[in-house]
Each structure stands twice: as C-alpha cells, then as structure tokens.
Design a protein around this ligand. Structure first.
Ligand SMILES: Cc1cc2nc3c(=O)[nH]c(=O)nc-3n(C[C@H](O)[C@H](O)[C@H](O)COP(=O)(O)OP(=O)(O)OC[C@H]3O[C@@H](n4cnc5c(N)ncnc54)[C@H](O)[C@@H]3O)c2cc1C
Length: 387
C-alpha cells in the first residue's frame, strides 16, 4: 500500500492529524493505521474530556484556547452530509483549588491566564463558599475559576474526527504496525502484522501510550510511559448546585456526568506500566473521603462503576513531544506524550502537525518548544500548574 502520509494510531490525536491534513487538499494520500477500531484500550474513550485554559505554559493555554473554540463549533464544522457531529459540548467551567501550599504559583498562573485573555476569577475561601455553597472552603488558600472552560464526550469527538477525515479522503486501515523499515536517510515502510506493507514519504507516530514501542522499531528513544489512572462514576443522594470540573492540589478531580459525577484521585505510588485492574478498595479508602472532605454532601455517594485508562507521560517533563525526529530520521513526525491533555490539545496538534508536513513548518502556532530537541538535550519544559 502506498501513501503520502501514513499515521500510525487512529485515536483522537491521529484522527485530528488525519482530518487537518485531508482538509488542506495538499497532503496527497493520507492513511491511518489503527489496530483496534473499537478503541477498547485507547486513552481517548476512557478520558474525562475536559478542556481548560488553567495552565502555566503559554503554549498550553494557546493550544487549549484553540481546542475550546474548535470543540464549540465541532458539531457543525464536522458535519458530514448534513449530519451534525454531536459531542455534548458543555461549558460549565473549571475550578482549580489550592489546598496544599501552591497558592503563589496558582496566582502567578492566574496573572498569565488573564494577560492571555482567559476570563479567570480569583476566589478567596469566602468567595468560593459564596459561589459554590456545597464546596467546603476548609483548608483552601485560594481558588481560580475559569467559567467558560468546558468538557465534551471524547469518544464522540473521536468518531467525529474519523468520519470527517474519511469524508475528505483519508483512508483508515485496520492493522497493527509491527515493524518500521528504514535506511540511513528515512523511514521507508511500515510492516503490519497481516503482512501488508505501507510505504510513505512521511510517517506520524500517534500511538498514544504505546508510542515508545513504535519509536524503538527505528532506534528512537521516546521517554514516554503508560501511567494507569483509575476513574469512577458515582451518584450522590443529596442535591448539589451545578458544579464546574473541580481539580485540587491534593489530587481530587471530578465533574458532573449525566445524573452523577465522573473522576477520581490518582495513585502516585503506582509505578509506570499497563494496569487495567480495578482496585477493590481505592474508591472507598481514598476517593470517597477526599470527596466528602471537599463537598460534605458527598458523604452520601454511591459508586456505580470504575474503569482504568492510561496517560502517556513524558518522563522528562510531562509535556508533549511534537514535531520531526530532529537529529534522526526527519520524515518521522511525533505527536506523543499528552499526559492528561490529549483531548483538549488534539485540535491544535492536528492543525500544527498538518502545517509542519504540508508547509514545512509551524504556521499558526509555534510549537517548537515541545520538539524532540529538548528531549535530546535533556531540557525539561514543564507545566507548573496542577497537572
Ligand atoms: C483517566 C483519564 C482522564 C483523562 N482526562 C482528560 C481530560 O479531561 N482532558 C484531556 O484533554 N485529556 C484527558 N486525558 C488524556 C487523553 O485521554 C489522552 O491524552 C488522549 O486520548 C490521547 O490520544 P491519543 O490519540 O494520543 O491516544 P489513544 O487514544 O490511546 O490512541 C492511540 C491509538 O494508537 C493505536 N496504536 C498503538 N500502537 C499501534 C500500532 N503499533 N499499530 C497500530 N495502531 C497502534 C492504539 O490502538 C490506539 O487506538 C485523560 C486520560 C485518562 C487516562
């Protein structure tokens, strides 16, 4: 099989890249190789789908701002044959709570967010309690509310990208890449488990938390590891006012979802690696007490179901790795290591990688700060807000 651009991995990142390439009309044949079109283990459908601009790095704020605007118009923009691509875009805000000594950093981030045009509000503990009566201000130093941030159904967004990319001519091939053939100049072909070979001028690594394995096929070291995260859906017996997505420095993160709430608390003691097993005690021993401390009405919650998904986390700095394999085979393009931000960053990543391939460089937003060069040089570019 021959393509101009072969994208390995058809999750939300690979599919956004495929869509953005196809819509230029200048990318030639775009092929997406995805081994599992049901996406059973992919991160995308297991995520919270949050989009927020509460970051400390300007590029993260700009990428998320673009993501927010893009997803707001998604249903119409990604319609195919008049059928809208609904993604349940819900603009209910993000609330960051400082309860572990990080108030000065949060205030610094707030100033940057404001300078960059985000409508953010600094809340004292008293103002927090007045705004959200169900949230306990106990132990809170400061909070920041970004009222127009949002969340979406990430699986629906993935399907929307896929459908639109295909309607514009991108081809999806079901298959697992088990080898990359390269010479000293370029990657030449991807070999699939069923014996098919895909040759292309440009290859894109969009393999999510599996990206290091793809890199290793051509001797490229991508320091990205899978980090297992347990999430749960729970309901609350007592009525609570509409809440934004709440994230605290003490690691509680949850948001309204249907008739209940979705979220959890990460277990930082868990080593990197694949783990889809649900802990029998984590909700009861860790998540529930954390919920009840911050939202006293959540003393009476019921766990409905739990699941696990994996962050693709860069061991250097938790920031994404974007762009050509500098210093190596430069027709291999990386879109890896999104940690907990790949949904909100997928639109800006797709647009940027498409520009890089079609125009030869970043155009609308310079994302060179996230290039592979910093990995080679061991120069972290790290987010200092709550991750
Ligand atoms: C619990 C949790 C909550 C999250 N919450 C948020 C959030 O609120 N907001 C946000 O922006 N982000 C969030 N994220 C992060 C987000 O889900 C990811 O960053 C994003 O989904 C990554 O998309 P991806 O396309 O890179 O990876 P994936 O969705 O994992 O897709 C990668 C694809 O590559 C395929 N693949 C891998 N290797 C091969 C191969 N060799 N051959 C062929 N195919 C291959 C896989 O089958 C897979 O489908 C969360 C993640 C988790 C786990």
């Amino acid at each position: 099989m021959r393509a101009d651009v072969a994208i390995v991995g058809g999750g939300i990142v690979g599919s956004s890249i495929a869509y953005h390439l196809a819509r230029t009309g200048r990318a030639g044949d775009v092929v997406v190789v995805e081994r599992d079109p049901t996406y059973e283990h992919a991160a995308t459908p297991r995520s919270n789908g949050g989009i927020r601009r509460l970051f400390s790095l300007p590029e993260n704020i700009e990428m998320a701002s673009h993501g927010l605007a893009f997803y707001r118009d998604f249903a119409d923009e990604m319609a195919v044959d008049g059928e809208r691509a609904e993604i349940e875009f819900r603009s209910q805000g993000y609330l960051f709570i400082s309860d572990a000594g990080g108030a000065a950093q949060m205030e610094e981030n707030f100033a940057l967010q404001e300078r960059m045009g985000v409508e953010v509000e600094l809340l004292t503990p008293g103002a927090l309690a007045a705004r959200f009566p169900s949230v306990s201000p106990r132990g809170v130093d400061l909070a920041v509310l970004s009222e127009h941030d949002a969340w979406i159904d990430p699986h629906a967004a993935l399907m929307g990208f896929r459908r639109k990319a295909r309607s514009l001519g991108a081809r999806y091939v079901t298959g697992e890449v088990i080898g990359l053939d390269a010479d000293s100049v370029a990657v030449r072909a991807a070999r699939l488990r069923d014996g098919t070979t895909v040759t292309a001028d440009t290859f894109v690594n969009a393999c999510g938390a599996w990206c290091a394995a793809l890199g290793a096929m051509v001797g490229l070291d991508i320091p990205v590891e899978p980090m297992s995260r347990e999430s749960c859906f729970f309901t609350c017996a007592d009525p609570i006012e509409p809440l934004p997505l709440i994230k605290t420095e003490t690691d509680l993160a949850f948001r309204p979802e249907g008739a209940g709430y979705a979220g959890g608390v990460p277990d930082w003691s868990e080593p990197a690696g694949w783990n889809f097993d649900i802990s029998p005690t984590w909700f009861e021993e860790v998540v529930w007490p954390a919920l009840a401390r911050r939202i006293p009405a959540m003393e009476r919650v019921r766990l409905e179901r739990s699941w696990r998904g994996h962050y693709a986390r860069s061991a250097l700095d938790y920031s994404p790795i974007l762009g050509r394999w500098e210093g190596g085979l430069e027709n291999l393009v990386l879109a890896n290591g999104f940690s907990g931000h790949g949904i909100m960053h997928a639109p800006a990543t797709g647009r940027g990688i498409a520009e890089l391939i079609v125009d030869g460089d970043w155009q609308t937003l310079d994302l060179s700060c996230f290039s592979y060069r910093r990995i080679r040089e061991g120069r972290p570019y790290r987010e200092r807000g709550i991750v």
